[in-house]
Design a protein around this ligand. Structure first.
Ligand SMILES: Cc1ncc(COP(=O)(O)O)c(C=O)c1O
Length: 470
């Protein structure tokens, strides 16, 4: 299409049909920041509540909500209003100057953590999850003067260079040079596929014992037994692995891990970017496991996906201005007033709601429906979850061998917008995670109703049964 045609006919959907847009995308959009996984590339035009709508008005039930960023539903009126109000009052402000919403938002998060963990701390803002994660690495290095950290196999912490260094997938580092500060990756307690081939109820946390063994002698390469100093200064963890496939660890795992870390002065850094803000039925996912992290990193749902901000909460000893002075990090948009205004409204919404009850109840209902489905389809190897962070692991007929091909077929059928469950032509948006890319990581809006959960399960069954016949 020529530039002349573009200007002659103006802008907008009336001019460009789907094929024309896809042609332009193919030529002019970097594919590096776009995940070209699906067979069909959907172009969405509208979003409302739990649904996305394509250019033909076909309704897609979204069971991933922007990888758990839009927890409070698309087009949430209260949060959108907060954004619109801020646009008319103080939409832009360089972050070296102060504004009320930033201060109140930081105070609300810090005060909440003070009540939960009985720890004083401060909040530091940035824009995206990976950038906040980088800031947390600066806090760690600043505190310890060293840079090596532990992280989990299956963990995901982002794709900037530093975040890629502590994210387990080699694929994300492969083409980008040498990562001298690459984490030491430790097996996560993924009990459905135990890395040590143990059975959950009889293993006595064997994986933790293996980790502990690293500290037995200096020849295991992490500790100097003469002074108990460890070469690794922090452990980065997602309490529930997100991209790794919404894996819930055994209840006592983190208590045991923290005990080992404390013996060697190793900081515990809790990445809540995907699971924070009640995705699991608690404000932070780590609250399920009765430990106090040294640093918490957050992002995504803080602004419901509107005008992003991310951040870090750290214990006072790590972040007080005496040790982490002005300018230790900086990003132009870090505490942008549009983001902080929405973040503050999210915090107020949380305070006025009872998500701990509703998210837990809806999650249990969703799991019970999925478990019923599992009884009829051996290909659903595992169903589990915490709150509204749910996993459905797709396998072969044996219920165990990962089946990525079948998973992809289901995704593509959902995105085709040609399902008919619920009596009309619809689509289903599912995100895929997991070590073998065979896990649906289900993260619906907190406002999803039981009827919509029923619809989601029906759509999943329709896609699964069609995929099995394909
Ligand atoms: C646990 C976790 N950490 C870090 C990130 C990176 O955040 P962002 O994509 O905003 O940089 C993500 C993103 O999915 C995440 O799930």
């Amino acid at each position: 299409m020529s530039q002349k045609q573009l200007t002659k006919t103006g802008r907008g959907e009336k001019i460009f049909n789907q094929d024309q847009l896809l042609n332009l995308e193919e030529k002019y959009c970097s594919w590096g920041d776009t995940v070209h996984y699906a067979e069909k590339l959907n172009i969405f035009k509208e979003s409302k509540g739990n649904y996305l709508y394509d250019r033909d008005g076909v309704e897609f039930l979204d069971l991933q909500m922007w990888y758990s960023a839009a927890n409070f539903g698309y087009g949430n009126r209260r949060l959108n209003t907060a954004l619109k109000k801020q646009i008319d009052v103080l939409p832009q402000l360089a972050c070296q100057y102060l504004h009320e919403e930033k201060i109140l938002l930081a105070a609300k998060i810090a005060q909440r953590n003070e009540r939960t963990f009985e720890e004083k701390g401060r909040v530091h803002f940035n824009v995206g999850g990976s950038s906040a994660l980088e800031d947390s690495l600066k806090l760690v290095r600043n505190h310890c003067g060293r840079s090596l950290v532990f992280a989990f196999m299956g963990g995901y912490h982002g794709r900037t260079l530093a975040a890629s260094a502590i994210t387990s997938s080699f694929r994300y580092r492969e083409k980008f040079g040498h990562f001298g500060d690459r984490a030491m990756f430790v097996p996560y307690p993924y009990c459905f596929r135990c890395p040590y081939d143990k059975k959950k109820d009889f293993c006595d946390l064997y994986c933790l014992k293996q980790f502990e063994k690293l500290f037995e002698t200096e020849y295991h390469s992490v500790v100097n037994k003469k002074n108990s100093k460890c070469e690794f200064v922090a452990f980065y963890a997602e309490a529930i692995q997100g991209t790794g496939g919404y894996i819930v660890p055994p209840q006592d795992y983190f208590l045991g891990l923290k005990d080992i870390l404390d013996r060697y002065g190793i900081l515990f850094i809790d990445d809540e970017i995907q699971m924070g803000f009640f995705r699991t039925g608690k404000f932070w996912a780590i609250e399920h496991f009765n430990i106090t992290p040294d640093i918490i990193v957050f992002g995504k749902a803080l602004t419901n996906g509107l005008n992003p901000i991310s951040g870090v909460w750290a214990k006072e000893k790590l972040i007080s201005p005496d040790v982490f002075p002005p300018g230790s990090t900086h990003a132009t948009f870090s505490s942008n007033p549009l983001g902080t205004a929405v973040g503050l409204e999210v915090m107020k919404l949380i305070e006025e709601s009872d998500f701990s009850t509703s998210v837990a109840r809806k999650g249990q209902y969703f799991i019970s429906r999925l478990k019923k489905l599992q009884k009829r389809y051996p290909q659903i190897g595992d169903v589990d979850g915490l709150g509204l962070a749910l996993r459905v692991e797709i396998c072969g007929k044996d219920g165990y061998t990962p089946d990525k091909e079948l998973t992809d077929k289901i995704v593509n059928l959902g995105l085709s917008g040609n399902l008919t469950a619920g009596g009309k032509k619809r689509g289903l948006v599912l995100d895929v995670g997991g070590y073998y890319k065979n896990v649906f990581t289900i993260a619906p809006s907190f406002y999803i109703t039981e009827k919509e959960i029923d619809l989601g399960v029906e759509l999943l069954e329709e896609a699964l049964s069609k995929a099995l016949r394909k």
